[in-house]
Structure formats: C-alpha cells, structure tokens
Design a protein around this ligand. Structure first.
Ligand code: TYD
Length: 134
C-alpha cells in the first residue's frame, strides 16, 4: 500500500520583520532532500502535473499564492488546497497528481527525495493503474 498523502504544518517563526518557516529532512518531512524545484508564472487556467512517481517522494508548498493538488492512487481521490507558505503536502510514490487553480503570481515549491530522472516518472494513466495493481 502507498503511504498516505498528508498535509504537514511547518514551524512558523513569527517576526515583525517578516515571518519564516523551515523544512528539515527527517524532522519535518519523512525523506532525504536531494532536489528542490519550483513552478511559477503559471498562466490562468493552466494545470501542471499529470503523472506519478515510481519511487520519489515530494513535499509541495505554496510558497506564494494558492493552488489545488488533486491526488489519486487509482481508487481514492483526494483534493488539497495549498494556500499558506507554512504548510506543505507530503506525497509518496504511486500517487497520480494534478495541480490546478493557480492564483496569479503563485509559486509552487517542491522538495523531492531524489534527483530528476525521466524514467522514474509514470506519465501514462493506464500504466499507472497497472503499477498500483489495478
Ligand atoms: P514535469 O515534472 O512534467 O512538470 P510538472 O510536474 O509540472 O508537470 O517537468 C516538466 C519538464 O521539466 C520535463 O521536461 C522534465 C523537466 N524537469 C527537469 O528537467 N528537472 C526537474 O527536476 C523537473 C521537476 C522537471
């Protein structure tokens, strides 16, 4: 069974000079941090994702603005609105993800458990269902 997606509340260091939040590997998220990437300048109405990972875990943060993450393991469907820079969504392998409803100026920051490798992606939905034994 795939590990359950989970919204994780991060430490908030409130300060009149501006607030700060932090992610540390194995303390705040259950994996090694190997890669960080971010998605920005998303045109209105566009969506991202449309794939699953065979092995990689990710932690998705709305560093600015908001967007919706829809996840399915082929059976259950879960929807998360990310709209605070002090929380993130843990997504383990074997979850098909779609990101949409990006607000103007939003930034999607993703922390990943491994380096980029195209062969590690599942981009075909039927193949994904097979991968999950469906
Ligand atoms: P993709 O993961 O499909 O983006 P999204 O999750 O938004 O659908 O990646 C889009 C393109 O960027 C694809 O050609 C692979 C490339 N890419 C990298 O080269 N390195 C990376 O770390 C990532 C995440 C993507």
């Amino acid at each position: 069974m795939n590990s359950e997606p989970k919204l994780i509340e991060l430490t908030r260091i409130l300060d009149h000079r501006g607030n700060l939040s932090v992610v540390e590997q194995f303390k705040d998220i259950p994996f090694d941090i190997k890669r960080v990437y971010w998605i920005y300048d998303v045109p209105g109405g566009e969506n991202r994702g449309g794939h699953a990972h065979r092995e990689i875990s990710e932690f998705i943060i709305a560093a600015n603005g908001s967007f919706t993450v829809t996840l399915t393991d082929g059976k259950d469907k879960k929807k998360f609105l990310l709209n605070h820079p002090y929380q993130g969504l843990y997504v383990g392998p074997g979850w098909w993800r779609t990101l949409d409803d990006f607000s103007s100026g939003s930034v999607c920051l993703v922390i990943a458990s491994d380096y980029f490798a195209e062969e590690e992606y599942i981009r075909d939905y039927d193949e994904f269902l097979k991968f999950n034994g469906i």
